[in-house]
Write a protein that binds this ligand. Structure first.
Ligand code: ZN
Length: 261
């Protein structure tokens, strides 16, 4: 079980539970996570959803080792597109649109695919040690599959972190509006819980409509269309890497591990 799930006081708590691998995301973890989100969305006894992570780090991103699953003989863009559109696009969009408020509690590193888990949440509380990064450009790809960067950070900061691969600190993320609040590491769970309890007292239909008002405004500004089209831009990066080296990214696994700081 990569995901823990519990409901108490109208709050569903979904926990990433692969701390020995810094909550790196394999297919099973993401499928379990999606099941948990849908369950919380469907449960009339749940008003607020909290997403948190066990261990030192929120998530090291996609599990580039393949998570122990079978590796196909030939990797095609068709295969990559099919897999990624389900797990890295449809999942994140579904979680973003669940009609209940959600809060991500982020500590430690949140790298690349980790952003696909916290960005879809309505609110983000970060601990002081949290660092958010997308070093995917060094693999020859223009950023992770779900392009929240420009929306979350503004165009200049988005370009800076993509061009350099450097992490954004919790404090910096709060300044751009990507993070709602920064708290000491030992208070992350209690502060998140307190906020969830406060929101859970509000009428569920009012919360649902407030969320829809903000998300619809973003969609009218182009959020939905931009996310869809940048996903395809991302796929051209995989296509180029496949054509150059026969592998979905330009960097080999060992090299990536050394370069991602
Ligand atoms: Zn990809």
């Amino acid at each position: 079980m990569y995901i823990l799930y519990e409901v108490a006081d109208r709050i569903a708590t979904i926990t990433l539970n692969r701390p020995d691998a810094a909550n790196a995301q394999n297919a099973a973890l993401l499928d379990e996570l999606d099941t948990a989100w849908v369950r919380a969305g469907d449960d009339p006894d749940v008003s607020v959803i909290v997403l948190r992570a066990e261990g030192k780090h929120f998530s090291a991103g996609h599990d580039m080792t393949g998570g122990g699953g079978p590796v196909p003989d030939k990797i095609t863009l068709d295969l990559i597109y099919t897999t990624e559109s389900r797990r890295y696009l449809e999942y994140s969009m579904r979680w973003r649109n669940i009609p209940k408020p959600s809060i991500a509690a982020v500590q430690g590193r949140c790298i690349a695919g980790g952003l696909l888990l916290c960005w879809p949440c309505d609110l983000i509380i970060a601990s002081e040690d949290a660092k958010f990064s997308d070093p995917v450009v060094m693999m020859g790809i223009g950023g992770v599959e779900y392009h929240g960067h420009t929306w979350e950070l503004g165009p200049r900061k988005a370009k800076e972190i993509l061009f350099t691969g450097r992490p954004v600190t919790a404090e910096e993320a709060e300044k751009t509006g990507m993070v709602n609040k920064v708290v000491p590491r030992d208070q992350l769970d209690t502060e998140t819980r307190a906020l969830a309890e406060q929101i859970a007292k509000m009428p569920p239909f009012g919360l649902r409509q407030a969320k829809r008002a903000v998300n619809q405004t973003l969609d009218i500004q182009g959020f939905y269309a931009a996310i869809q089209s940048v996903f395809d831009v991302h796929q051209t990066g995989h296509g180029n890497a496949l054509s150059v080296g026969g592998w979905p990214v330009l960097m080999k696994l060992d090299e990536m591990k050394q370069n991602i700081k």
